[in-house]
Design a protein. Structure first.
Length: 94
């Protein structure tokens, strides 16, 4: 899976996150947007998003990574983090 694939998946999961108050559009999710400050997620939203990402990519994201990485990075940083985790997970499977 390429970074572009992960970015598209990430955008889809963010936009379709089950929180009616967010009402996000595809154009809202740009590379320098952060989940909390720019997209209106709270800590529960970020945790739920992490679980959805884990399920879709078949990876594991530690609780500390949700708090220290996912809540702080912008979309581009998240894409890079998830791409690296995806590659590491696939390499361990070999």
């Amino acid at each position: 899976m390429t970074k572009k694939d992960i970015l598209e998946l990430l955008k889809e999961l963010i936009i379709n996150h089950d929180r009616p108050r967010l009402k996000l559009e595809y154009s809202d999710v740009h590379l320098d947007a952060t989940l909390i400050d720019d997209l209106g997620f709270d800590s529960l939203d970020v945790t739920e998003l992490a679980v959805n990402i884990e399920n879709k990519l078949d990876i594991h994201i530690k609780d500390s990574e949700v708090e220290n990485i996912m809540m702080k990075l912008d979309v581009e940083g998240l894409m890079n983090f998830l791409h690296q985790r995806y590659k590491e997970t696939r390499e361990k499977e070999m």
